[in-house]
Design a protein around this ligand. Sequence first.
Ligand SMILES: O=P(O)(O)OC[C@H]1O[C@H](OP(=O)(O)OP(=O)(O)O)[C@H](O)[C@@H]1O
Ligand SMILES: NC(=O)CC[C@H](N)C(=O)O
Ligand code: SF4
Ligand SMILES: [Mg+2]
Length: 565
Amino acid sequence: MDKHTRKHICQWLLGSVLGILFFPPYVKIRYPKMASINLDNTLEDNKNLSKDLEKLRLGKRYGRGQTESGLTHECGVFGCIAVGDWPTSLEISQIICWGLVALQHRGQESAGIVTSEGKCVKSFNVCKGMGLINTIFDDAAISRLRGNLGIGHTRYSTSAASDEVNCQPFVVHTAHGALAVAHNGELVNCDSLRRMVLARGVGLSTHSDSELITQALCLNPPEGESNGPDWPARIKHLMQLAPLSYSLVIMLRDKIYAVRDPYGNRPLCLGKMLPINEPLDGDCDDSREAEGWVVSSESCGFLSIGAQYVREVFPGEIIEMTKEGIKTIEIVERPPNKSQAFCIFEYVYFARSDSIFEGQMVYAVRLQCGRQLAIEHPVEADIVSSVPESGTAAAHGFSRQSGISFAEVLCKNRYVGRSFIQPSNRLRQLAVAKKFGALGENVRGKRIILIDDSIVRGNTIGPIIKLLRNAGAKEVHIRIASPPLLFPCYMGINIPTREELIANKLTPKELAQHIGADSLQYLSVEGLIKAVKWDIKTKSPTKLGHCTACLTGEYPGGVPIQLEW
Ligand SMILES: O=P(O)(O)OC[C@H]1O[C@H](OP(=O)(O)OP(=O)(O)O)[C@H](O)[C@@H]1O
Ligand SMILES: NC(=O)CC[C@H](N)C(=O)O
Ligand code: SF4
Ligand SMILES: [Mg+2]
């Protein structure tokens, strides 16, 4: 164990003991410590620290779900408020429900909607359950969810089990009325914040970091409150206690706060509800009166609910949404010398390709990743093809850049879900294989370049190559439109264990052999960043910053000491 690790672990143990003994409720809460990886550390130092933490098994991520393939766990949040004299004709619960359907790819374990009529501080209308949006919210549920404002959530669990008690939004009753919170992300300092909140005499009913956020919002801000609750001050206090990662929608009786962590790690954007029949394209025009406002993890559902895309919520921004409209309350700064850290994997895999981040459509970035991949790793072949769904845009990019025509070679069975557990490796591989069928005529006798967006455990690509070979493929060259995944994510994505990540075990050449490919190459980290920045129009490139921790081991806020991998 190196000296940094020893020092941080001693600090942590000492802190815990002192915290328990000497943390009475009136003590001012200090900014939490993370095992601030020394900024001068080399990648090798970071890797070693990660291994040491793994051996120590500090903390625990309760009940994280297991999956067959790919990356999971991100969640979607959504909020909507009607503008003008309440009640208006805006169908709040239906809009939230459709908004959540558009975010279904971000979470498929459970979902919930909470609405408020704006009159009563005591009661919200709540409907939550396990499963997909359409099975939870039938017509009866939607009509019970009366309201002029509301928030919703669709969940992939990270910090607590996939269970009904952990469904979001969380609702608590405070001295100042009801409060509902929906959260996308994962608190990197969850355990220390949990200890602080418990030491203030608050009881928690789950292990969820989102419940913790909800309860932390109930704490009085350090400067006190003279004239009723100061919610912006409470939110700011929370943001100082917890640096990342979260995009939040927070609902009170008659307002919603939209909040993005100061690193901008998880996405969040604003939309304006316009009268039916008004055109929704083009730049947002201030002169057009809003019927309401929406806030969402992604913009992909806006057109289908009659909302015009306005802009992203800025990193650190607190936006207040009321019946009068929306306004920025504050932009909370990051610690000095820390850059913005928007999750680069939102571009690679998580987001729906028609969503807009940083002024550009995700599809366009994926296309560019494919172009860059063709520049970095060209190969002679008859056709370029893709592993559907997420690999397809990059395959078109590769095809355009290389001049080799695109042809589909695989059919994906849409009724086979993304994640389920099989007891043996053989069954696991068969389960993945049964997701796909080969389009024999396009495959027979062909030299194929097959593009996928990512390789995680390697469970998808191997069976697909076997399928293509059985259908008569002459050569199969694999090109991956992202770099190898090597490190864990502590910010809301469930990255498998080190041993499960295939890139930690095999070099590209060994992996090609292992899966039966003629060659295999990944996009470089520089290439991915170049593709992401290629067409960013809205901001100066100097202000941009992306988290690449799972690819590089460089964590935006330092490696959190409490987590295991
Ligand atoms: O190496 P593995 O662990 O097998 O995972 C990698 C695969 O998982 C994802 O696809 P998924 O089927 O989850 O979703 P998609 O339809 O969006 O591509 C990803 O796009 C890769 O195809
Ligand atoms: N994936 C997410 O964003 C999950 C949010 C939260 N950490 C939970 O487990 O419910
Ligand atoms: S570690 Fe990877 S998955 Fe996690 S936030 Fe960073 S880029 Fe995204
Ligand atoms: Mg895929």
